[in-house]
Ligand binder design. Sequence first.
Ligand SMILES: [Zn+2]
Length: 286
Amino acid sequence: MALDLTRHLRTEESARKFLERHCWPEGHPVCPRCGLGKAYILAEGRVRCAGCRYTFHALSGRFAGLAGLTPRQWLRLLTLFAADETAHAMAAALTLAYNTAYKAATVVRLSILAASLDGLEILKSPLGAELGSAARTMRPNGPDEPLAAIPVFGILERGGMVFVDYLPTLAPQDLLHFNRNFSLPLSRLGAIVYSDRYLRYDALVACGSELLNRRLVEVAGRAPAVDPRQTGFWPYARERLIRFHGVTARKFPLYLKELEFRYNHRDQDILPILLANIASLVPDLN
Ligand SMILES: [Zn+2]
């Protein structure tokens, strides 16, 4: 049965208590700076650490503290995110500015990325910095600024689970080289280019490389192995990537990791996981 938040949405106070329980599952405040579980209660949900004297509240240092939403707005936004609604729909339902809703959705995606297998590695990489991670303060950049380097991802599906691996040693130029000199079949899906099997991967994929898009050659009579598939991750992702039409190079890595998460939890209610993700501490990347 899906988690029903109706009861917690009644007031801002009930929403705050509910979110607080996710941030402090031990039942008492834990300092996000030094980790001590002893604090003095101040007014308006604020507490002061008995160890390092840091003044904080439940959302301090956590993903949920990055978007400027109230606890009630967070619960409503996560419900819509779980239902795969767009930032436009979130903004309309919550009467928020589009940019505020988009930023909050980006924070949810960053929290999904951080919880994924190679998430910390990505956040610590130059790509992570471009996606908005900078030590413990995430700064989601403007959605249309071009990326300095287009990342390549490898898609590997085994036993109904997909792994979308960031491959920092590969660049779009390499895909082009494999395509032109070693006949690696490539196909396009809008600005996305994806390949036939490569080493252990079902496909390599990159989005927004002009060079790759312009110069790739069709390999006569051969298409990427994922093309004819009717089930599995690729058809699942393809349908959604078409629906998001106009996915930009900058948005693509976070969307792709979101699709990995949604696919691997496709038979589950993801709302409790999203709650746990935004309630987690933003990792210290120093
Ligand atoms: Zn402390």
